[in-house]
Design a protein around this ligand. Structure first.
Ligand code: PEP
Ligand code: MG
Length: 591
């Protein structure tokens, strides 16, 4: 009889981005690569290969038509007309025949042939002197990408095809893939790429799915059928855990459950320090499905509604009515607590499937957030009108993302006033006194906070981007994650500066970046004078626990010592020591 030996346990350490423990079978998802894999085919397979190609062309044609219609509605006919050229490519008989002939002649699958033929056509056009023709090269490349995606349809939809409970093991997940996770089946995920504040990690927290990212090569180490134990708090992954490990984790899971239950009793208690200083805890949400979790986890109101996720989840851009409805739902669910709606932060890693924007060398420094909105006023104004219409619920506030200069605030406010005039003209009611704020997440904005202050009513510190841009460390890149330091003197000084300026101008400052959700860093932020903390609902119980065990006077002293320190590691240690002393139970959950 063949002997079956237990596979040995492998332990990997990555970045824990969403706490919790889960043990399930691995479900490996293939990378969503656009690189074609060449496969020989037999002469009998030629018709089915051509049929696949024709089907992908039809799907591509239909998708482009749909996008064109949506873009015309949102951005106007001028922008929509660029898709005429895409339709010409997908219907081009010479191009199509060329691909088909090559499949027949070389007896290989369609993907590498399509890539080779498309790149030959694109290169030829790019060399043309006529600028109209040379620009068509980009159209061919764009359309080819779309046809390739349609050919890979089964692969792209793997998330939807998961039928059994599992831990997903994948090279990388986009924020929109993460948003489409079915929590009943996906009990955790582990990825090669990613870092603590990448938008995928933020989504994992929102969904309360244990996750470890930045594991470098886990997709190469795991085999189908392996059992995976994820410890999202400590950032550990055990492949084929031993019986001893499983028993140990069963005990830990019970202990964590016990702590969570105890923290759950704080739900209706105020987020007040031992010496009576109140620090409101609001919630960051990405999806409307999270609304119920806000109050259930003891947060009050929403400090950051990342509205771009309304655009990421589906193939169609939501129109003004659909957006109004979404914002009203959020407002009603929290009333009378405030709901801060952030205008679209699209761009970089957050692009809807059907949103066309030219490739950029550095998308995080490119056409993103407020920049993208100001250059597409129709898209922006549709959202502004929707927010205004929903603002008849007087608890709605609004803020702009990624402001880097005063002019952007001035321009955005001017468009807002245009929208107000339009609504007034139509007799549509809205809150004339709606409070407008800005994110402070670009160092230039932090440094000129005094110049921005007269144009707004509040600031919201987006520390995820503020750290990325101040330290020149890509927030989503696991290779430089060790350089991403929230306790760096530069960051503490910027926060201190923004808070002081805001108070001098009679404004309040919230922190809605991940720093606010890290229990170890909460005393430091409170000591620096931050007025509100906005965190994922799942983090709220831990943050409230810390606040309620803290003395405000100790927090102020901690902040002073941190400002005087020259070492990020030293500040981290000071913060850690304080939590170890006042609320060690949260370390049990988060480290
Ligand atoms: C931030 O940058 O800290 C922030 C809250 O915005 P986002 O994470 O959505 O970029
Ligand atoms: Mg940001």
């Amino acid at each position: 009889m063949a002997e079956t030996r237990a596979k040995s346990e492998i332990i990997l350490k990555g970045i824990g981005v969403s706490p919790g423990i889960a043990v399930y079978k691995a479900q490996l998802l293939a990378p969503q690569t656009q690189q074609a894999i060449q496969r020989s085919i037999t002469p009998e397979e030629i018709p089915s290969e051509i049929a696949r190609f024709n089907e992908a062309l039809t799907d591509t044609h239909d998708q482009i038509k749909l996008i064109q219609k949506q873009v015309a509605e949102v951005l106007g006919d001028e922008h929509a007309s660029i898709f005429d050229a895409h339709i010409l490519v997908v219907d081009d008989r010479t191009f199509i025949e060329d691909v088909i002939r090559t499949i027949e002649k070389d007896l290989v699958n369609v993907e590498p042939v399509l890539q080779a033929v498309a790149s030959r056509y694109a290169d030829m056009l790019a060399k043309m002197k006529d600028s109209y023709l040379s620009e068509r090269a980009a159209d061919i490349r764009d359309v080819t990408k779309r046809i390739m995606a349609n050919l890979a349809g089964e692969m792209l939809n793997q998330m939807a095809q998961i039928t059994d409970p599992c831990i997903v093991v994948v090279h990388d997940l986009s924020p929109s893939d993460t948003a489409s996770i079915d929590k009943k089946l996906v009990h955790g995920f582990v990825t090669d790429l990613g870092s603590a504040t990448s938008h995928t990690s933020i989504m994992a927290k929102a969904l309360e799915v244990p996750a470890v990212v930045g594991l470098h090569n886990i997709t190469a180490v795991v085999s189908a059928g392996d059992t995976i134990l994820v410890d999202g708090g400590k950032g550990l992954v055990f492949i084929n855990p031993t019986g001893y490990r499983l028993a140990e984790y069963e005990k830990r899971a019970e202990e964590q459950e016990q702590i969570m239950q105890e923290l759950g009793t704080l739900r209706d208690k105020p987020p007040e320090t031992q010496d009576g200083y109140l620090v409101p805890i609001t919630a960051n949400i990405e999806l409307l499905e999270e609304l119920d979790a806000v109050g259930a986890r003891g947060a009050k109101g929403i400090g950051l509604f990342r509205t771009e996720f309304l655009f990421l989840g589906s193939d169609t851009l939501p129109d003004e009515d659909a957006q109004t409805e979404a914002y009203e739902r959020a407002a009603k669910s929290q009333h009378p607590s405030a709901v801060v709606i952030r205008t679209l932060d699209l761009g970089a890693d957050k692009l809807p499937a059907n949103f066309e924007i030219p490739d950029e060398m550095n998308p995080f420094l490119g056409d993103r957030a407020i920049r993208l909105c100001l250059s597409r006023p129709e898209l922006f104004k549709t959202q502004l009108r929707a927010i205004l219409r929903a603002s008849v619920n007087d608890n709605i506030r609004m803020m702009y993302p990624m402001i880097s200069c005063v002019q952007e605030v001035v321009e955005a406010n001017a468009l807002l006033r245009e929208c107000m005039d339009e609504l007034r003209g139509k007799g549509i009611p809205f809150n004339e006194e709606i409070q407008i704020g800005t994110m402070i997440e670009v160092p230039s904005a932090a440094l000129i906070a005094d110049l921005i202050a007269p144009h707004v009513r509040f600031f919201s510190l987006g520390t995820n981007d503020l750290i990325q841009y101040t330290m020149a460390v890509d927030r989503g890149n696991e290779n430089v994650a060790h350089l991403y330091k929230p306790t760096h003197t530069a960051i503490i000084r910027l926060i201190d500066h923004v808070v002081k300026i805001s108070h001098r101008h009679g404004l309040w400052t919230c922190v809605c970046g991940q720093m606010a959700a890290d229990p170890v860093l909460v005393p430091l932020l409170i000591g620096l004078g931050v007025d509100e903390l906005s965190v994922s609902p799942s983090q709220a119980p831990m943050i409230k626990d810390v606040i309620r065990k803290l003395f405000y006077s100790d927090a102020v002293e901690l902040a002073q010592r941190s400002l005087a320190s020259s070492s990020a590691e030293h500040v981290e240690q000071l913060c850690h020591d304080m939590i170890e002393q006042i609320a060690p139970e949260v370390l049990e959950l988060s480290e």
